[in-house]
Design a protein around this ligand. Structure first.
Ligand code: PMP
Length: 384
């Protein structure tokens, strides 16, 4: 074994159909992607409400850059916390109905700050087995004992809580990123109350999509508790970049004081915070966009009944068609690509072995005609 055996390691990945490629896009994020000179109808992105290229958001970014410049120049706690960042945090707290919010550059960074801030050596993090990779990494970074429990299995969560040491933190995706299903949050919160635990909810795929005015999965379930630490990411439905963590004021103050990926990184450009304020206003008045998304979901679900592969039940924009093998998932993705559609195949380790799938991402920016094209291409591929 050599430290320089990258070729052999890459060849091993290729042999298992696990090598990834990157497409270079020549058009803004949206339903119509341009890749290698080919126009593709894309179901690959997470721009669920179609805000990534929205003129009001683009204009807010432009004006923000003109007013505030491009870089923040320092971390938030030194000299990088500018007025747009501050206003944005207040807007998120107001919008979610939570006492306080803290703005991060990415969701990955937010998660890396949250779990090590809440749990350490001698404590216990109890995590759903299908949690996003950033939560898995954050749990490891915390140095707490990590118990990974079967997906959405409340009995297993309860068993793990009953035998946990130290401070206890339960952590889940609000909407699971590769399955589109929801965490059973009312049951989890009841368990956390019974066992004096915190509940961290990463709502990357629910914020903007679920709940009244898109307030997210807590609003969807009607939940509020000082035990909940809520993470909303802003590169998906919000169409920009970044994340916020919201919750009890003392918990957020503690996160600000001790979260290493908050303290030791340059604040996001203030112009991004300006763009996010515009995006948040559009989310708040975006019921028509969410209704459009629901219509697309219904259309796909009806068409999927006659497909060879199951469409997982999902009330969100994430619609997975589970194929099974890696090569089969790649072949289906390629068959759709030949028909002018871009639907990525998701393989292990992102999903468990044997459950490779197409992850169809719906967006309010799609039209009914786009959905017709998707449904008939899937049917043709299924009949092949
Ligand atoms: N959590 C979940 C559930 C996600 O799906 C993602 C993004 N794929 C993240 C966190 C990371 O967010 P960001 O892209 O803002 O780093």
């Amino acid at each position: 074994m050599s430290a320089l055996d990258f070729r052999a390691r890459l060849a091993a990945l290729a042999e298992q159909d696990l090598l990834r490629t990157r497409a270079v896009l020549d058009a803004p994020c949206g339903p119509h992607a341009e890749v290698d000179g080919q126009r593709l109808l894309s179901f690959a992105g997470n721009d669920y409400l179609g805000l990534a290229a929205h003129p009001e958001v683009v204009e807010a970014l432009r004006e923000g850059a003109a007013r505030w410049g491009v870089g923040a120049g320092a971390s938030h706690l030194v000299s990088g916390h500018q007025r747009p960042h501050e206003e944005l945090e207040q807007a998120f707290a107001r919008f979610t109905g939570l006492p306080r919010a803290l703005f991060f550059s990415t969701g990955y960074m937010a998660n890396l700050a949250v779990l090590p801030a809440l749990a350490g050596r001698g404590d216990t993090v109890i995590a759903d087995r299908l949690n996003h990779a950033s939560l898995v990494d954050a749990a490891l970074l915390s140095r707490a004992t990590v118990r990974r429990v079967p997906h959405v299995d409340l009995t297993a969560f309860e068993r793990a809580l009953a035998s946990a040491d130290g401070r206890k933190v339960v952590v889940v995706d609000g909407v699971f990123s590769m399955d589109g299903d929801l965490a059973p949050l009312p049951g989890l919160l009841a368990l956390c109350e019974r066992h004096d635990a915190l509940l961290v909810v990463d709502d990357a795929h629910g914020f903007g999509v679920l709940g009244a005015q898109g307030r997210g999965v807590l609003s969807h379930f009607g939940l509020a508790s000082p035990r909940i630490v809520y993470v909303g990411t802003l590169g998906k439905a919000a169409g920009v970049a970044g994340a916020f963590v919201a919750g009890d004021a003392d918990a957020i103050e503690w996160l600000m004081q001790t979260g290493r990926s908050y303290r030791y990184t340059t604040a996001a450009p203030p112009a991004l915070a300006c763009a996010l304020q515009a995006s948040l206003r559009l989310i708040e008045v975006g019921d028509a966009l969410r209704a459009r998304l629901a219509g697309h979901r219904a259309q796909l679900a009806a068409a999927a009944a006659t497909l060879r592969w199951p469409l997982l039940p999902s009330d969100t924009a994430i619609q997975p068609v589970v194929v099974g093998g890696n090569a089969d998932a790649l072949a289906l993705s390629a068959a759709l690509r030949r028909r002018g559609l871009w639907v990525p195949a998701i393989r292990p380790p992102t999903v468990p072995a044997g459950s490779a799938r197409l992850r169809i991402s719906l967006s309010a920016a799609h039209t009914g005609t786009d959905l017709d094209a998707l449904c008939s291409a899937l049917q043709e591929a299924s009949d092949d």
